[in-house]
Design a protein around this ligand. Structure first.
Ligand SMILES: [Zn+2]
Length: 110
């Protein structure tokens, strides 16, 4: 049960630290929209072998809309590649793909 980490004090502290550092939705910010974040998401899903308590740069602040797009995509494999990919299509100002699961980002780690 990976979801159990969200009820731990350690997660709540980590989440609060992330929101203090990055109070705006990161995907929206990269597209030039300043939207307050309400949720903190793992860039590498725990289910995919990600650290439940990663460093802050392993987390992403997200607004309601971005988070629900990603959650829906994850919960519905048939929608994956539509909502999530469409919402995060393109590149940010640094020329990096907006999609955090993009192979470009994965390969840049090593
Ligand atoms: Zn957003």
């Amino acid at each position: 049960m990976s979801s159990s980490i969200y009820s731990t004090r350690r997660w709540r502290k980590l989440r609060a630290a992330k929101l203090a550092l990055q109070p705006l939705c990161e995907p929206c910010s990269r597209r030039g929209k300043l939207v307050p974040a309400y949720s903190v998401d793992h860039i590498k899903a725990i289910a995919a072998g990600g650290d439940p308590y990663p460093a802050l740069d392993g987390l992403m602040s997200m607004c309601v809309s971005c988070h629900s797009i990603k959650t829906n995509a994850r919960d519905n494999p048939h929608a994956f590649g539509k909502g999530w990919k469409a919402a995060f299509k393109g590149c940010d100002l640094d020329g990096r793909p907006l999609d955090p699961d993009h192979p470009f980002l994965a390969s840049s780690e090593g």
